[in-house]
Ligand binder design. Sequence first.
Ligand SMILES: *[C@@H]1O[C@H](CO)[C@@H](O)[C@H](O)[C@H]1NC(C)=O
Ligand SMILES: *[C@@H]1O[C@H](CO)[C@@H](O)[C@H](O)[C@H]1NC(C)=O
Ligand SMILES: *[C@@H]1O[C@H](CO)[C@@H](O)[C@H](O)[C@H]1NC(C)=O
Ligand SMILES: *[C@@H]1O[C@H](CO)[C@@H](O)[C@H](O)[C@H]1NC(C)=O
Ligand SMILES: *[C@@H]1O[C@H](CO)[C@@H](O)[C@H](O)[C@H]1NC(C)=O
Ligand SMILES: *[C@@H]1O[C@H](CO)[C@@H](O)[C@H](O)[C@H]1NC(C)=O
Ligand SMILES: *[C@@H]1O[C@H](CO)[C@@H](O)[C@H](O)[C@H]1NC(C)=O
Ligand SMILES: *[C@@H]1O[C@H](CO)[C@@H](O)[C@H](O)[C@H]1NC(C)=O
Ligand SMILES: *[C@@H]1O[C@H](CO)[C@@H](O)[C@H](O)[C@H]1NC(C)=O
Length: 896
Amino acid sequence: MDVRGLWVGFFLFCSFLIGGFCDQEGFLSISCGGTTSYVDSLNISWVTDGEYVSTGNISSSSSVPIRVFPDSQGRKCYRLPVNNVSSSVLVRAQFQYKNYDGLGKPPAFSVSLGTAITSTINLTANDPWTEEFVWPVSKDTLSFCLLAIPDGGSPVISSLEVRPLPQGAYASGMEDFPNKSLRKSYRINCGYPNGSLRYPLDPYDRIWGADQNFTPYHVSAGFKIQRRFSLSSIKEDPPAPVLHTARVLARRKVLTYNLPLDSLGDYYIVLYFAGILPVSPSFDVVINGDVVQSNYTVKLSEVGALYFTRKEIKSLNITLKSISYYPQVNAIEVYKIVDIPSEASSTTVSALQVIQQSTGLDLGWQDDPCSPSPWDHIGCEGSIVTSLELSDINLRSMSPTFGDLLDLKTLDLHNTSLTGEIQNLGSLQQLENLNLSFNQLTSFGSELENLVSLKILDLKNNSIQGIVPDSLGELVDLYLLNLENNKLQGTLPQSLNKETLEIRASGNLCLSFSTMTCNDFSSNPSIETPQVTIFPKKKHTGPNHVAIIAGAAAGAILALLFISLTAFLLIKKKRTEVTYVSRAATEMRNWNAAKVFSYKEIKASTNNFKEVIGRGSFGSVYLGKLPDGKLVAVKVRFDKSQLGVDSFINEVYLLSRIRHQNLVCLEGFCQESKQQILVYEYLPGGSLTDHLYGANSKKTSLSWIRRLKIAVDAAKGLDYLHNGNEPRIIHRDVKCSNILLDKEMNAKVCDFGLSKQITQADATHVTTVVKGTAGYLDPEYYSTQQLTEKSDVYSFGVVLLELICGREPLSHSGTPDSFNLVLWAKPYLQAGAFEIVDESIMGTFEVESVRKAALIAVRSVDRDASQRPTIAEVLAELKEAYSIQLSYLASCEYSN
Ligand SMILES: *[C@@H]1O[C@H](CO)[C@@H](O)[C@H](O)[C@H]1NC(C)=O
Ligand SMILES: *[C@@H]1O[C@H](CO)[C@@H](O)[C@H](O)[C@H]1NC(C)=O
Ligand SMILES: *[C@@H]1O[C@H](CO)[C@@H](O)[C@H](O)[C@H]1NC(C)=O
Ligand SMILES: *[C@@H]1O[C@H](CO)[C@@H](O)[C@H](O)[C@H]1NC(C)=O
Ligand SMILES: *[C@@H]1O[C@H](CO)[C@@H](O)[C@H](O)[C@H]1NC(C)=O
Ligand SMILES: *[C@@H]1O[C@H](CO)[C@@H](O)[C@H](O)[C@H]1NC(C)=O
Ligand SMILES: *[C@@H]1O[C@H](CO)[C@@H](O)[C@H](O)[C@H]1NC(C)=O
Ligand SMILES: *[C@@H]1O[C@H](CO)[C@@H](O)[C@H](O)[C@H]1NC(C)=O
Ligand SMILES: *[C@@H]1O[C@H](CO)[C@@H](O)[C@H](O)[C@H]1NC(C)=O
């Protein structure tokens, strides 16, 4: 039977049996710059691109239609609808120059997909140029953008194709690289030299390239294929015609593919093997000199695949060393792993859009502010917008949306026609540099004192009146205060630290640290009179004041000052109390023991956010002390998924009801002017991570019995979240650093809630954007994005393995085989080979106790979630392991 015959047969088979896959469902084929729709020789329907792009010019002088982007500014984007039936899509783009403009200058430019910069296209090197990506779908549209590079010429594109991929494809083996895109380097139909193969033979329309590295030692269609393969176990669903050919070295022991890579990076490799020979060969798989799989056996008429990742490589050498019969491989795929920067928070994006609108200008702000490259006027750190610089435009007022840009470190709004008081910035706790110069601001407002990180405050050339507020002295990091050319007067507050703070005050009515120097002003009639008062809002009362002050004794002034100050403080205090009471009354719910804190109280209790005791994805944790002396951990959220007030209150309400001895207890919260702060009990013992791997201060040698006790405690906490509570709660980020210890070394789980809880009692899973920590992430959750309690069980299994082996889930030292704790430890523990148990507990445990713990740990990290035990079962087993070890220790004592 010849291969072509087979293909036709397959095609018919496909048309009849899998019809659905052959009908181009979800295919989108865009002819960029094309003017008519058409169907090509493969029966693929092409459409024109007008619906997907809004800029660029069509070139009529090129052989195939192309779209050109002559304007070199900004990103030029196609918006591709990506079908949500699939977890990932293939995006293929083709670029062609072919001297359409007669200038003989092929362009170079870069392209981005979503937030990721994916590659540089250089049409001098190759024309046409094809790029292919595998993209994990997380939204219903995906931007594909072209970005001009300096002196690169005008970007051009000729076609774009989107193809849905099989569910869960290209995720196996990628657990340590969550949330990445793949850029194709090679897809080789091994053993087939006569051109490439694609749709309809591959219903997903991947293009399988010819085996150019072809050597005489190959077998392709020489064997009669009697049996149909079972492909079900392979998520990538490679097409049968690709598997029907193989590269086989019948007379040699070693088969090598040397694949040059065009850049240094992390790569993903998939090897396919099909039992098309009448024998079952076995061989070692060696990649760049490392044995990555020993004694792999190709089973008769079965298809298998191996998945590998390699870090920081720039060439690839795949070698199969035969053990029995011949080395053989049927297909190879190699992808570069491309980082997908996370998106900026939606709060930030919508705030910026509102600001763009208020300028009345089109600033070209589209898609994500930070990635693939920051917008004009915006600066980012990762996916976080940290600076905004708008000047010489008309903003007029500072809208409340500025207060949503919580992570700003620099805000420059000079010369933007701002008027009135400085407002709506109180929530910008990270702000270090605020430039509001050259505006028409008239008052300091009341929020500056909240900008606790402020270092530079530039208010020069405004019309600010009155005196400088005392509260500026609270800004301990402030080192430059520019007040030049305003209408300020009076003494500068004593609270300002003259040693660390440079104050520029020239060009005001009368401003100095001493009350006396202002007296001279009476002699200069052209200047308005100074006014000594500490009420900023008190009306200006006219020139008579000079006489009063000039005539009064210094002692009288001081007395006046003192009285006013006292009055002011009293009024201020009262106002705070009033708002606190009314807020508490309006939001009155049963908060159980949780207390509603005001921001002022939080500030006081943390000594102005002085001591950071932790940082997480959500923000920072500060040590605090309540008035009653109780120590607390204060979490200030600046999560990108900052919740709306309602959802925050709801979540806190939920959290406040959860009371369990093995869960860290919520003491209270603060929700005030964009602040979302949670106050937890403080656990002085640190985290399990500190004890297992910490620096000397916290690291202790935990005995086996102590480890079991901690495991039992934590399992109890999780069991309560999963089963003791309605709604059920999935933790989503179980790991050693989220298990904290109190003075007596009792363990408590923290950081639960403010995540997706399951709301309906009958829901079996929730579909979410994958969240978690590399090394602890459930591979099934990662590939299906369906979250169940079993994902927590997996992560907890990893914690158990850490307790047993005393090593971290991912380890960059040691051999590649031992990189991933789960993969490394599982075979040893399954085999009862306890030489991998943490050295520091060797010889101090009852083997049966470790065996029980190891077994339940191994079951918990089963790839198949349905095979994993529930947390209740885990708890039961751990309790047994604990009591076995207890009686062992008791008997030791006895015999001593
Ligand atoms: C071509 O594709 C269309 C759907 O796009 C399908 O209905 C038709 O049967 C196909 N024709 C052939 C010859 O495959
Ligand atoms: C591109 O098209 C715009 C109008 O859409 C036109 O003004 C411009 O001249 C064109 N540029 C080129 C190089 O053809
Ligand atoms: C895709 O998502 C949209 C809304 O997000 C939904 O209405 C539609 O039914 C989904 N399509 C499929 C095939 O799941
Ligand atoms: C494009 O490729 C050519 C030749 O391969 C090279 O000389 C040129 O520097 C490359 N341009 C860029 C921008 O990489
Ligand atoms: C490739 O083409 C040559 C000649 O066209 C043919 O003899 C050979 O059988 C083909 N190989 C395969 C694997 O189809
Ligand atoms: C390789 O594996 C096969 C089957 O799994 C086994 O029969 C054989 O003994 C193994 N060979 C070596 C050298 O380990
Ligand atoms: C690749 O492996 C083969 C066989 O082990 C070896 O001969 C060759 O030198 C290797 N090439 C590179 C570039 O490492
Ligand atoms: C993955 O990337 C998406 C898109 O940028 C982002 O929304 C999501 O938070 C990321 N998830 C993880 C686990 O990093
Ligand atoms: C302020 O912006 C205007 C344009 O809006 C410009 O003419 C003026 O020179 C700018 N002033 C300063 C001080 O930068």
